[in-house]
Design a protein around this ligand. Sequence first.
Ligand SMILES: Cc1ncc(COP(=O)(O)O)c(C=O)c1O
Length: 401
Amino acid sequence: MSESFAAREAAVLWPTYVRPPVVFTRGEGVRLWDANGREYLDFLGGIAVVAAGHAHPHVVEAVSGQLAALGHTSNLYFTGPQVDLAERLVDRFGPPAKVFFSNSGAEANEAAIKVGRRWAKATKGERAVGIVAAEGGFHGRTLATLAATGKPALHPTFAPLPAGFSHVPFGDADALAAAVGPDTAAVLLEPVQGEAGIRVPPAGYLRAAREIASGNGALLILDEVQSGMGRTGRLFAHQHQQVRPDVITLAKALGNGYPIGATIATAEVAKTMRPGDHASTFGGGPVACAAALATLDVVERLLDGHVAKVSEHLREGLVELAARIGPQAGVRGLGLWFALELGPDAGASAKEVAAEALDRGLVVNPVTETAVRLAPPLVVSEAEVDQAVTRLAGALAEVAP
Ligand SMILES: Cc1ncc(COP(=O)(O)O)c(C=O)c1O
Protein backbone atom coordinates (compact mmCIF):
# COMPACT_ATOMS: atom_id res chain seq x y z
CA MET A 1 0.00 0.00 0.00
CA SER A 2 1.35 3.40 -0.87
CA GLU A 3 2.09 5.64 2.11
CA SER A 4 -0.03 8.32 0.52
CA PHE A 5 -3.20 6.26 0.93
CA ALA A 6 -2.80 5.99 4.71
CA ALA A 7 -1.94 9.70 4.87
CA ARG A 8 -4.99 10.65 2.80
CA GLU A 9 -7.15 8.50 5.04
CA ALA A 10 -5.73 10.00 8.23
CA ALA A 11 -6.37 13.50 6.90
CA VAL A 12 -10.08 13.05 6.26
CA LEU A 13 -11.45 10.11 8.32
CA TRP A 14 -12.13 9.96 12.07
CA PRO A 15 -9.34 8.07 13.79
CA THR A 16 -11.72 5.37 15.10
CA TYR A 17 -10.10 2.42 13.32
CA VAL A 18 -6.58 1.05 13.26
CA ARG A 19 -6.13 -0.62 9.89
CA PRO A 20 -3.36 -2.79 8.50
CA PRO A 21 -1.60 -1.50 5.38
CA VAL A 22 -3.74 -3.32 2.82
CA VAL A 23 -6.34 -1.94 0.41
CA PHE A 24 -8.80 -4.59 -0.76
CA THR A 25 -10.24 -4.01 -4.20
CA ARG A 26 -12.00 -7.22 -5.20
CA GLY A 27 -13.54 -10.38 -3.74
CA GLU A 28 -14.89 -13.65 -5.04
CA GLY A 29 -16.09 -16.51 -2.86
CA VAL A 30 -13.62 -16.91 0.00
CA ARG A 31 -10.92 -14.87 -1.77
CA LEU A 32 -9.96 -11.21 -1.65
CA TRP A 33 -7.47 -9.31 -3.79
CA ASP A 34 -5.59 -6.18 -2.79
CA ALA A 35 -4.65 -3.16 -4.86
CA ASN A 36 -1.39 -4.87 -5.86
CA GLY A 37 -3.25 -7.92 -7.18
CA ARG A 38 -2.21 -10.10 -4.23
CA GLU A 39 -4.68 -12.84 -3.28
CA TYR A 40 -5.89 -13.56 0.28
CA LEU A 41 -8.10 -16.18 1.88
CA ASP A 42 -10.80 -14.34 3.77
CA PHE A 43 -11.45 -16.25 6.99
CA LEU A 44 -13.12 -13.30 8.66
CA GLY A 45 -15.78 -12.57 6.03
CA GLY A 46 -16.13 -8.91 6.98
CA ILE A 47 -16.72 -9.99 10.62
CA ALA A 48 -19.15 -12.86 10.04
CA VAL A 49 -20.99 -10.93 7.35
CA VAL A 50 -20.19 -12.36 3.92
CA ALA A 51 -21.94 -15.70 4.52
CA ALA A 52 -22.66 -16.41 0.86
CA GLY A 53 -19.12 -15.44 -0.14
CA HIS A 54 -17.91 -12.33 -1.94
CA ALA A 55 -19.74 -11.39 -5.13
CA HIS A 56 -22.03 -14.42 -5.02
CA PRO A 57 -23.76 -14.34 -8.44
CA HIS A 58 -27.23 -14.92 -6.96
CA VAL A 59 -26.86 -12.00 -4.54
CA VAL A 60 -25.25 -9.75 -7.16
CA GLU A 61 -28.08 -10.43 -9.58
CA ALA A 62 -30.76 -9.82 -6.94
CA VAL A 63 -29.20 -6.54 -5.80
CA SER A 64 -28.43 -5.16 -9.25
CA GLY A 65 -31.81 -6.25 -10.64
CA GLN A 66 -33.69 -4.62 -7.77
CA LEU A 67 -31.60 -1.45 -7.95
CA ALA A 68 -32.32 -1.17 -11.66
CA ALA A 69 -36.06 -1.71 -11.07
CA LEU A 70 -36.63 0.33 -7.89
CA GLY A 71 -34.02 1.48 -5.39
CA HIS A 72 -35.90 3.42 -2.74
CA THR A 73 -39.30 4.83 -1.86
CA SER A 74 -39.03 5.25 1.96
CA ASN A 75 -41.29 3.43 4.37
CA LEU A 76 -44.20 5.73 3.57
CA TYR A 77 -45.17 3.30 0.79
CA PHE A 78 -45.47 -0.47 0.28
CA THR A 79 -42.68 -2.24 -1.58
CA GLY A 80 -42.68 -5.94 -2.39
CA PRO A 81 -39.33 -7.28 -1.17
CA GLN A 82 -39.89 -6.04 2.42
CA VAL A 83 -43.01 -8.15 2.83
CA ASP A 84 -41.44 -11.12 1.03
CA LEU A 85 -38.47 -11.01 3.41
CA ALA A 86 -40.62 -10.52 6.52
CA GLU A 87 -42.77 -13.52 5.54
CA ARG A 88 -39.67 -15.63 5.08
CA LEU A 89 -38.11 -14.57 8.40
CA VAL A 90 -41.35 -15.06 10.32
CA ASP A 91 -41.70 -18.52 8.82
CA ARG A 92 -38.18 -19.44 9.98
CA PHE A 93 -38.56 -17.84 13.42
CA GLY A 94 -41.97 -19.41 13.85
CA PRO A 95 -45.26 -17.55 13.42
CA PRO A 96 -47.07 -15.58 14.65
CA ALA A 97 -44.38 -12.90 14.62
CA LYS A 98 -43.65 -9.52 13.06
CA VAL A 99 -40.49 -7.81 11.83
CA PHE A 100 -39.08 -4.28 11.98
CA PHE A 101 -36.29 -3.59 9.49
CA SER A 102 -33.33 -1.29 10.07
CA ASN A 103 -29.79 -0.99 8.75
CA SER A 104 -27.37 -2.45 11.28
CA GLY A 105 -26.99 -4.60 14.35
CA ALA A 106 -27.03 -1.68 16.76
CA GLU A 107 -30.25 -0.39 15.23
CA ALA A 108 -31.83 -3.85 15.37
CA ASN A 109 -31.00 -3.96 19.08
CA GLU A 110 -32.27 -0.41 19.67
CA ALA A 111 -35.59 -1.51 18.21
CA ALA A 112 -35.55 -4.61 20.43
CA ILE A 113 -34.92 -2.51 23.55
CA LYS A 114 -37.69 -0.10 22.55
CA VAL A 115 -40.24 -2.83 21.88
CA GLY A 116 -39.20 -4.53 25.13
CA ARG A 117 -39.86 -1.39 27.16
CA ARG A 118 -43.04 -0.61 25.25
CA TRP A 119 -44.36 -4.09 25.97
CA ALA A 120 -43.28 -4.11 29.62
CA LYS A 121 -44.82 -0.72 30.37
CA ALA A 122 -48.06 -1.93 28.84
CA THR A 123 -48.12 -5.26 30.67
CA LYS A 124 -46.17 -4.70 33.93
CA GLY A 125 -46.33 -0.97 34.54
CA GLU A 126 -44.27 2.19 34.10
CA ARG A 127 -41.41 1.05 36.36
CA ALA A 128 -40.64 -2.08 34.35
CA VAL A 129 -37.82 -0.64 32.25
CA GLY A 130 -34.85 -2.79 33.35
CA ILE A 131 -32.77 -4.60 30.77
CA VAL A 132 -30.58 -7.35 32.24
CA ALA A 133 -27.69 -8.23 29.93
CA ALA A 134 -24.47 -10.23 30.26
CA GLU A 135 -20.92 -9.27 31.15
CA GLY A 136 -18.77 -9.43 28.04
CA GLY A 137 -21.83 -9.16 25.80
CA PHE A 138 -21.66 -6.83 22.81
CA HIS A 139 -24.75 -5.16 21.38
CA GLY A 140 -23.54 -2.10 19.46
CA ARG A 141 -22.15 1.41 19.68
CA THR A 142 -25.22 3.64 19.86
CA LEU A 143 -25.82 5.03 23.34
CA ALA A 144 -28.46 2.49 24.42
CA THR A 145 -26.70 -0.50 22.88
CA LEU A 146 -23.44 0.68 24.43
CA ALA A 147 -25.23 0.75 27.80
CA ALA A 148 -26.40 -2.82 27.09
CA THR A 149 -22.87 -3.87 26.15
CA GLY A 150 -21.20 -5.60 29.08
CA LYS A 151 -17.78 -4.00 28.69
CA PRO A 152 -17.63 -1.32 31.41
CA ALA A 153 -14.38 0.13 30.08
CA LEU A 154 -16.28 1.42 27.03
CA HIS A 155 -18.86 3.34 29.09
CA PRO A 156 -17.31 6.30 30.96
CA THR A 157 -16.09 8.19 27.87
CA PHE A 158 -19.66 8.61 26.65
CA ALA A 159 -21.52 8.90 29.95
CA PRO A 160 -24.26 9.62 30.74
CA LEU A 161 -25.66 6.55 29.00
CA PRO A 162 -29.36 5.64 29.06
CA ALA A 163 -30.33 4.19 32.46
CA GLY A 164 -31.86 0.85 33.34
CA PHE A 165 -29.16 -1.57 32.14
CA SER A 166 -27.46 -4.10 34.41
CA HIS A 167 -25.09 -6.99 33.78
CA VAL A 168 -24.59 -10.48 35.17
CA PRO A 169 -21.91 -13.10 34.45
CA PHE A 170 -22.64 -14.87 31.15
CA GLY A 171 -23.62 -18.51 31.43
CA ASP A 172 -24.58 -18.29 35.12
CA ALA A 173 -28.33 -18.99 35.44
CA ASP A 174 -28.36 -18.39 39.21
CA ALA A 175 -26.88 -14.91 38.79
CA LEU A 176 -29.46 -14.17 36.13
CA ALA A 177 -32.30 -15.37 38.34
CA ALA A 178 -31.09 -13.11 41.16
CA ALA A 179 -30.98 -10.06 38.87
CA VAL A 180 -34.39 -10.38 37.17
CA GLY A 181 -37.46 -9.08 38.99
CA PRO A 182 -40.67 -7.07 38.77
CA ASP A 183 -38.91 -4.04 37.26
CA THR A 184 -37.26 -6.07 34.51
CA ALA A 185 -38.57 -5.47 31.01
CA ALA A 186 -36.26 -7.91 29.29
CA VAL A 187 -33.27 -10.19 29.47
CA LEU A 188 -30.94 -9.43 26.56
CA LEU A 189 -28.32 -12.05 25.65
CA GLU A 190 -26.23 -13.29 22.75
CA PRO A 191 -26.87 -17.04 22.39
CA VAL A 192 -23.11 -17.34 21.85
CA GLN A 193 -21.00 -14.31 22.72
CA GLY A 194 -19.12 -13.16 19.64
CA GLU A 195 -16.95 -10.18 20.53
CA ALA A 196 -16.13 -11.73 23.91
CA GLY A 197 -14.25 -14.44 22.00
CA ILE A 198 -16.86 -16.92 20.68
CA ARG A 199 -18.06 -18.02 24.10
CA VAL A 200 -20.63 -20.82 24.05
CA PRO A 201 -22.73 -20.92 27.24
CA PRO A 202 -23.30 -24.17 29.16
CA ALA A 203 -26.03 -26.44 27.78
CA GLY A 204 -29.42 -25.44 29.17
CA TYR A 205 -28.45 -21.79 29.84
CA LEU A 206 -30.80 -20.30 27.27
CA ARG A 207 -33.66 -22.49 28.46
CA ALA A 208 -33.00 -21.37 32.01
CA ALA A 209 -32.94 -17.75 30.81
CA ARG A 210 -36.28 -18.39 29.10
CA GLU A 211 -37.80 -19.72 32.31
CA ILE A 212 -36.35 -16.90 34.43
CA ALA A 213 -37.69 -14.25 32.04
CA SER A 214 -41.14 -15.86 31.78
CA GLY A 215 -41.32 -16.43 35.54
CA ASN A 216 -40.87 -12.69 36.05
CA GLY A 217 -43.12 -11.54 33.22
CA ALA A 218 -40.09 -10.29 31.30
CA LEU A 219 -39.09 -10.82 27.67
CA LEU A 220 -36.19 -12.89 26.41
CA ILE A 221 -34.40 -10.94 23.67
CA LEU A 222 -31.64 -12.80 21.85
CA ASP A 223 -29.08 -10.82 19.90
CA GLU A 224 -28.37 -13.01 16.87
CA VAL A 225 -26.60 -10.23 14.98
CA GLN A 226 -23.39 -12.24 14.77
CA SER A 227 -24.62 -15.76 15.62
CA GLY A 228 -27.57 -15.77 13.22
CA MET A 229 -27.88 -16.50 9.50
CA GLY A 230 -26.29 -19.92 9.63
CA ARG A 231 -23.02 -18.99 11.32
CA THR A 232 -23.41 -21.75 13.94
CA GLY A 233 -24.75 -24.41 11.58
CA ARG A 234 -28.43 -23.59 12.25
CA LEU A 235 -30.17 -20.57 10.77
CA PHE A 236 -30.47 -19.09 14.27
CA ALA A 237 -28.09 -20.12 17.07
CA HIS A 238 -30.90 -20.41 19.64
CA GLN A 239 -32.32 -23.30 17.60
CA HIS A 240 -29.51 -25.48 18.99
CA GLN A 241 -31.12 -25.16 22.42
CA GLN A 242 -34.79 -25.36 21.41
CA VAL A 243 -35.87 -22.16 23.07
CA ARG A 244 -38.52 -19.76 21.86
CA PRO A 245 -37.31 -16.20 22.48
CA ASP A 246 -39.77 -13.29 22.36
CA VAL A 247 -37.50 -11.18 20.21
CA ILE A 248 -34.41 -11.82 18.10
CA THR A 249 -32.20 -9.39 16.26
CA LEU A 250 -30.33 -9.99 13.02
CA ALA A 251 -27.93 -7.92 10.90
CA LYS A 252 -24.37 -8.73 9.74
CA ALA A 253 -24.84 -11.69 7.35
CA LEU A 254 -28.51 -10.95 6.63
CA GLY A 255 -27.63 -8.96 3.50
CA ASN A 256 -24.24 -10.60 2.82
CA GLY A 257 -22.65 -7.15 3.21
CA TYR A 258 -25.52 -5.04 1.96
CA PRO A 259 -26.57 -3.20 5.16
CA ILE A 260 -29.78 -4.47 6.77
CA GLY A 261 -30.94 -5.18 10.31
CA ALA A 262 -34.08 -6.98 11.46
CA THR A 263 -35.87 -7.21 14.79
CA ILE A 264 -38.29 -10.12 14.89
CA ALA A 265 -40.81 -10.12 17.75
CA THR A 266 -43.66 -12.44 18.53
CA ALA A 267 -46.96 -10.96 17.35
CA GLU A 268 -47.98 -10.56 21.01
CA VAL A 269 -45.00 -8.29 21.68
CA ALA A 270 -44.98 -6.50 18.31
CA LYS A 271 -48.60 -5.46 18.62
CA THR A 272 -47.75 -3.02 21.43
CA MET A 273 -45.97 -0.75 18.92
CA ARG A 274 -48.03 2.06 17.37
CA PRO A 275 -47.58 4.16 14.22
CA GLY A 276 -44.84 6.69 14.97
CA ASP A 277 -43.26 4.68 17.80
CA HIS A 278 -40.29 3.75 15.63
CA ALA A 279 -39.16 4.38 12.06
CA SER A 280 -36.24 4.30 9.65
CA THR A 281 -35.80 6.06 6.32
CA PHE A 282 -33.72 3.28 4.78
CA GLY A 283 -34.84 0.29 6.86
CA GLY A 284 -36.28 -2.53 4.80
CA GLY A 285 -35.59 -0.80 1.50
CA PRO A 286 -36.16 -2.92 -1.59
CA VAL A 287 -32.49 -3.43 -2.47
CA ALA A 288 -31.48 -4.47 1.06
CA CYS A 289 -34.42 -6.88 1.24
CA ALA A 290 -33.61 -8.34 -2.19
CA ALA A 291 -30.03 -8.87 -0.95
CA ALA A 292 -31.32 -10.64 2.17
CA LEU A 293 -33.75 -12.87 0.26
CA ALA A 294 -30.96 -13.98 -2.08
CA THR A 295 -28.56 -14.47 0.84
CA LEU A 296 -31.13 -16.63 2.62
CA ASP A 297 -31.46 -18.78 -0.53
CA VAL A 298 -27.72 -19.43 -0.50
CA VAL A 299 -27.32 -19.86 3.25
CA GLU A 300 -30.23 -22.24 3.65
CA ARG A 301 -28.81 -24.50 0.94
CA LEU A 302 -25.45 -24.54 2.75
CA LEU A 303 -27.09 -25.56 6.02
CA ASP A 304 -28.07 -28.82 4.43
CA GLY A 305 -24.86 -30.60 5.50
CA HIS A 306 -22.12 -28.40 4.03
CA VAL A 307 -21.57 -26.16 7.05
CA ALA A 308 -21.55 -29.12 9.46
CA LYS A 309 -19.00 -31.00 7.34
CA VAL A 310 -16.60 -28.10 6.83
CA SER A 311 -17.03 -27.04 10.46
CA GLU A 312 -15.70 -30.37 11.66
CA HIS A 313 -12.76 -30.14 9.28
CA LEU A 314 -11.88 -26.63 10.44
CA ARG A 315 -12.24 -27.59 14.10
CA GLU A 316 -9.87 -30.53 13.64
CA GLY A 317 -7.28 -28.29 11.96
CA LEU A 318 -7.52 -25.70 14.73
CA VAL A 319 -7.37 -28.29 17.51
CA GLU A 320 -4.12 -29.55 15.99
CA LEU A 321 -2.71 -26.02 15.92
CA ALA A 322 -3.78 -25.45 19.54
CA ALA A 323 -2.01 -28.66 20.59
CA ARG A 324 1.19 -27.34 19.00
CA ILE A 325 0.92 -23.99 20.82
CA GLY A 326 0.71 -25.49 24.30
CA PRO A 327 -1.51 -26.78 27.10
CA GLN A 328 -3.21 -23.43 27.71
CA ALA A 329 -4.28 -23.08 24.08
CA GLY A 330 -7.64 -24.32 22.84
CA VAL A 331 -10.50 -23.94 20.41
CA ARG A 332 -13.95 -22.48 21.11
CA GLY A 333 -16.93 -22.23 18.83
CA LEU A 334 -19.25 -24.08 16.54
CA GLY A 335 -20.44 -24.00 12.95
CA LEU A 336 -18.04 -21.86 10.97
CA TRP A 337 -17.28 -19.57 13.88
CA PHE A 338 -14.21 -20.31 15.97
CA ALA A 339 -11.75 -18.70 18.34
CA LEU A 340 -8.27 -20.13 18.48
CA GLU A 341 -7.34 -19.33 22.08
CA LEU A 342 -3.57 -18.93 22.29
CA GLY A 343 -3.48 -18.79 26.08
CA PRO A 344 -1.23 -16.54 28.17
CA ASP A 345 2.05 -18.32 27.42
CA ALA A 346 1.95 -18.51 23.64
CA GLY A 347 4.75 -15.96 23.30
CA ALA A 348 2.66 -13.81 20.96
CA SER A 349 -0.58 -11.87 21.12
CA ALA A 350 -3.56 -12.58 18.89
CA LYS A 351 -2.86 -9.25 17.21
CA GLU A 352 0.66 -10.33 16.27
CA VAL A 353 -0.62 -13.67 14.95
CA ALA A 354 -3.33 -11.97 12.85
CA ALA A 355 -0.82 -9.47 11.43
CA GLU A 356 1.57 -12.26 10.44
CA ALA A 357 -1.32 -14.27 8.97
CA LEU A 358 -2.27 -11.29 6.82
CA ASP A 359 1.31 -11.11 5.56
CA ARG A 360 0.91 -14.75 4.56
CA GLY A 361 -2.37 -14.13 2.73
CA LEU A 362 -4.89 -15.08 5.40
CA VAL A 363 -7.45 -12.67 6.85
CA VAL A 364 -8.39 -13.40 10.49
CA ASN A 365 -8.73 -11.02 13.43
CA PRO A 366 -7.74 -10.80 17.08
CA VAL A 367 -11.16 -11.01 18.77
CA THR A 368 -9.50 -10.68 22.21
CA GLU A 369 -5.89 -10.13 23.31
CA THR A 370 -5.29 -13.86 23.24
CA ALA A 371 -7.81 -15.28 20.76
CA VAL A 372 -7.86 -15.27 16.96
CA ARG A 373 -11.33 -15.30 15.37
CA LEU A 374 -12.24 -17.27 12.26
CA ALA A 375 -15.62 -16.67 10.60
CA PRO A 376 -15.19 -17.56 6.92
CA PRO A 377 -17.93 -17.34 4.31
CA LEU A 378 -20.17 -20.39 4.73
CA VAL A 379 -19.36 -21.44 1.15
CA VAL A 380 -15.79 -22.24 2.21
CA SER A 381 -14.52 -25.63 1.04
CA GLU A 382 -12.42 -28.20 2.91
CA ALA A 383 -9.53 -27.48 0.54
CA GLU A 384 -9.71 -23.78 1.42
CA VAL A 385 -9.77 -24.71 5.11
CA ASP A 386 -6.58 -26.74 4.60
CA GLN A 387 -4.90 -23.78 2.92
CA ALA A 388 -6.00 -21.42 5.68
CA VAL A 389 -4.82 -23.74 8.47
CA THR A 390 -1.44 -24.08 6.73
CA ARG A 391 -1.09 -20.30 6.51
CA LEU A 392 -2.14 -19.89 10.16
CA ALA A 393 0.35 -22.58 11.19
CA GLY A 394 3.06 -20.66 9.32
CA ALA A 395 2.11 -17.45 11.09
CA LEU A 396 2.17 -19.16 14.50
CA ALA A 397 5.53 -20.76 13.79
CA GLU A 398 6.91 -17.34 12.91
CA VAL A 399 5.63 -15.26 15.85
CA ALA A 400 5.11 -17.91 18.53
CA PRO A 401 7.70 -20.60 17.79
C1 LIG B 1 -23.78 -9.58 18.78
C2 LIG B 1 -23.67 -8.23 18.14
N1 LIG B 1 -24.66 -7.35 18.30
C3 LIG B 1 -24.61 -6.14 17.73
C4 LIG B 1 -23.54 -5.74 16.98
C5 LIG B 1 -23.50 -4.38 16.36
O1 LIG B 1 -23.72 -4.46 14.99
P1 LIG B 1 -23.42 -3.23 14.03
O2 LIG B 1 -21.96 -3.04 14.02
O3 LIG B 1 -23.97 -3.66 12.69
O4 LIG B 1 -24.15 -2.05 14.58
C6 LIG B 1 -22.47 -6.63 16.78
C7 LIG B 1 -21.29 -6.24 16.00
O5 LIG B 1 -20.24 -6.82 16.10
C8 LIG B 1 -22.54 -7.91 17.38
O6 LIG B 1 -21.55 -8.81 17.24
